[in-house]
Each structure stands twice: as C-alpha cells, then as structure tokens.
Design a protein around this ligand. Sequence first.
Ligand code: GLU
Length: 260
Amino acid sequence: MNTQKKERIVVKVGSSLVTNNGEGLDHAAIAKWAEQIASLLSAGHEVLMVSSGAIAEGMQRLGWTKRPQDIHQLQAAAAVGQMGLVQVYESCFAHFNLRSAQILLTNADLAHAERNANAKATLDTLLKLGVVPIINENDTVVTDEIKFGDNDSLAALVSNLIHADLLVILTDQGGLFTADPRQDASATLLTDAIAGDPALEKMAGGAASELSKGGMLTKVLAAKIAAQTGAATVIASGHEPNVLTRLLDGEKIGTCLTAA
Ligand code: GLU
C-alpha cells in the first residue's frame, strides 16, 4: 500500500466480530476500530464502514438462541438489532468527536441509476463533511445478504460506487488459508494473490458459521467485484491489534487480493 497517498477505504465488519460471536454487541471491539478510523481520518484518509450484526443483535434482544429459518423473522430481528448497532457506533465515534451516519442500502438500489447516483452523492457529501458512514443492507425490503453474503458483496458494491482504493474485510479468521484452518492443520495463510483468480474460489469453499453467513467464498467474490474499479481487498482478522492503522502504515496483515 502506498502510505503517502490519501486512500478512500471501505472497512467491512461481519456479524460474529461485531457481536462477539452472538454474545451481544462488542463495544470494546467497535471502540477500537473507531479509534483507528479516527486516526486514519486525521491522516487525511476517508473511511466508510459496512457493518453487519443487526440480525445477531436483534436475536439477542429478542431472546432467540437459534437463528430462525423464516425470512420475515430474520428481517424483524434485523430491524430490532439495527437500533442497537447504530447506538454503539454513534457513541464510539462520538468519543473521538466524530459524527457517524446510518445508510441502509440494497444491491437493487445500487443497480438503479438514479438511486445509485443519489447514494454516491450522499456518501461523497458525508465523506467531505468528515462523517463516517455506517452502511448495512436494508434487510426489511430484501433477502439477498441475509441468505448469502453477510454484507461482503454489499461492501464490494459500495467500493465500486465510491471508487474506493481499498476494501478491508475484517473477519474472525486471519485471512484466506489454503484450506479451512478449523479442519486442516496443514492450512497456511495466503498473503498475496490476484483478485478474481479462480483458484481462490476453490480454496475459499468452506462453510460459514451460524452467525456469519458469508464464510470465505463471499469475501473472495467480493474482492473480485471490488477489483473491477481498481480497489485492492485485504481480508484480515478484526481481532488483530491496530489492524487498520498498521495496514495503512504499509504492514502486511492477512490476505491482500489486488486488481490484475
Ligand atoms: N444485514 C444483515 C445484518 O446486519 C446481514 C447478516 C446476516 O444475515 O446475519 O445482520
């Protein structure tokens, strides 16, 4: 990464990270990302977040221990949980004298020319104002991410929309491994690859957890989408101390998938 350049960065955090594996919103983790983002903004970078966690938090608030099958129950949980999610982001960023903003989007919004233009203009305006947009899928009106992606593809489409330089996908794994490290002890971390290389999709084929629907495959596919507008994607552990500031300082952490 070019450390001198002012980067436009999309940071995506998944449900299991944001909710400490479903045990409730992890204020401490969110506060640490907010602190790092505050320091990136002071250095002149622009940062947006794409955060999942609404359904996981909604399940917690509704006292559901098992993820329901019924799509409308999931949408209801997302509506309940989104309240808690934005409360925590608001208070964590306020601690660093930063404003945050809630943006709920769908893939269909981004495919619609006028909505796409409006979303882009709003995000550009928020970034100019130094506000940190917190984006989630509008789960009330669609089912795509609930079913498939846990926001990985939404984060990639947002990267395309705002012509991001970098998409950072924070997850509970250290990056993309040559095999599923939970099942195969010989798995090694892949540090660099070209986004869109079909071999990556084979490597990433493992199952997702109860909370994070995406797994690695949707992250690898997201990197391919982000690369269409030239963004590099880093898949790294959200538990890694100062992961965002260290990455922007040029340190290699996790897996970096660059545009061909
Ligand atoms: N947008 C959803 C959320 O915030 C996607 C994640 C999921 O399906 O659990 O929870």
